[in-house]
Design a protein around this ligand. Structure first.
Ligand code: ADE
Ligand code: ZN
Ligand code: ZN
Length: 249
């Protein structure tokens, strides 16, 4: 029994942003698609609800057919380095680049297009979760044990889901809240996505993310990090829209 519980616990550790995080990013992206991307995605999915498909890549981790995709959700940037490729651990960057090229080429059958599309939507979101760009020492904070209010957890999970869930918004409410008051200039700037740039940004905010004191995280940690977390969700949404707008011109 204890082993089963441990297995269940560890299986839940390695997911990306939690369900709400991916839905918020999908929703923001969907609201910022070009007419051409909107049209192409409707053809592919039958709708443009990116919130609905954003978590599929985590769900298929339970399907042995997709065992080879487990390291597509993160990458590693060692301390004092820039991103140097998948050798450091995690193939997220490589896969986004590869899958973007594949969709642009336009030679995939419908099922492959759908799979590749769902992975892009998911992985671009994951790469905005600062701990999905790991430092190579602690599995993206999964090994950093902390408490979240009264719960035993780890830093990775706090960022994937616990801080977001604490806000008690639905994903549609949160997507709307996060975009309140955005100006057109700001939007235009964010609708340019450079994968190396957003990976480096995720990595560059680690000092703040890892500022955990005695590891008892609650109100103070939220107070210090909420704005940063919401900014990563916002950028995740806009950068995803930018990547999809670029694919479907
Ligand atoms: N496993 C190893 N590094 C990881 C990371 N940064 N995120 C999720 N899982 C990981
Ligand atoms: Zn995660
Ligand atoms: Zn993921």
């Amino acid at each position: 029994m204890r082993h089963i519980i441990m297995l269940l616990l560890s299986a839940s550790l390695l997911l990306g942003w939690g369900k709400t995080g991916h839905r918020v990013i999908g929703k923001i992206a969907e609201e910022n698609l070009s007419p051409e991307a909107n049209e192409a995605i409707t053809q592919l999915l039958g709708h443009t609800d990116l919130g609905r498909i954003g978590n599929w890549a985590d769900e298929v981790k339970s399907d042995p057919q997709w065992d080879h995709s487990h390291d597509w959700h993160y990458c590693t940037v060692l301390e004092g380095h820039d991103y140097e490729g998948p050798e450091a651990g995690g193939r997220a960057v490589q896969k986004v680049i590869e899958f973007t090229k594949l969709l642009k080429k336009g030679t995939l059958g419908k099922q492959d297009q759908l799979d590749v599309f769902r992975f892009i939507v998911h992985i671009v979101g994951d790469l905005h979760q600062p701990l999905h760009v790991g430092n190579g020492t602690d599995r993206g904070g999964n090994d950093v044990k902390v408490t979240w209010f009264r719960d035993q957890t780890n830093l990775h999970r706090v960022w994937d889901s616990q801080m977001i869930d604490h806000m008690q918004y639905s994903y549609t409410e949160y997507a709307q809240q996060i975009q309140l008051g955005l100006g057109e200039v700001e939007k235009t700037v964010m609708l340019n996505a450079d994968i190396m740039q957003f990976v480096n940004t995720s990595r560059s905010i680690h000092p703040q993310v890892y500022e955990i004191g005695d590891g008892k995280l609650s109100w103070k940690y939220i107070y210090k990090n909420r704005e940063l977390m919401e900014d990563r969700l916002l950028k995740g949404g806009f950068h995803l829209a930018a990547i999809l707008n670029d694919i479907y011109q």
